[in-house]
Ligand binder design. Structure first.
Ligand SMILES: [Zn+2]
Length: 205
């Protein structure tokens, strides 16, 4: 199966992609993770991308497309993957069409305002840096949690802006191609995955 997971920040794409990998054997391909790995192991592309990110800019389409193309050409991945975090723009989607044929696109539909609110309210431990949504004290360090810094608030706001302007047009793009399947993402992880399972068990992919 060749799948794409679409959804706003905080919609749980990564979690659901992992569950699809575990239950259906499709390789979970997270472009964010691949970029981080390249930065950490200081590959040529990693060094280039790190500079771009440090300037506060978005990684250009052609760099990400090149990375994805390399991965999707691997024989063990070619026909068996779930993309998480790619495509993020129409330009990336058009490039992907030239690389492979997608079977289904699953859109995890969430209430954007509620998710954003929840992300902005998340508290972080000043000692271990872990993030918590529903407690005021870090269970590991036993110190009071703090609200994320303005810097993070700005990052969260800009992630949602980028999603609205660049990524949400993909919903119509794939709807027109009759590849889009929508699930209600305002439920718990297991309920969302039940819906995804139904979609993946339908038809031959
Ligand atoms: Zn802590």
């Amino acid at each position: 199966m060749r799948l794409i997971l679409l959804g706003a920040p905080g919609s749980g794409k990564g979690t659901q992609a992992q569950k699809i990998e575990k239950n259906f054997g499709a390789m979970h391909i997270s472009t964010g993770e691949i970029i981080r790995e390249n930065i950490n192991s200081k590959t040529e592309i990693g060094i280039k991308v790190e500079k771009i990110i440090n300037q506060g800019k978005l990684v250009p389409d052609d760099v990400i497309i090149e990375l994805v193309k390399d991965i999707l050409n691997k024989p063990n991945i070619k026909n068996n993957f779930v993309l998480d975090g790619f495509p993020r723009t129409i330009k990336q989607a058009e490039a992907l069409d030239k690389i492979t044929q997608i079977d289904k696109v699953i859109f995890i539909d969430t209430n954007i305002d509620a998710t954003k609110d929840r992300m902005l309210k998340r508290r972080v431990c000043p000692l271990c840096g872990k993030t918590y949504a529903d407690t005021l004290v870090c269970p590991n360090c036993n110190v009071a949690l703090v609200i994320r810094s303005d810097d993070n608030e700005q990052t969260i706001n800009s992630r949602f802006e980028v999603y609205k302007s660049q990524t949400s047009p993909l919903i119509d793009y794939y709807k027109q191609k009759k590849l889009l399947f929508k699930v209600d993402g305002n439920q718990n992880i297991e309920q969302v995955f039940e819906q995804i399972k139904c979609i993946l068990n339908e038809g031959n992919i």
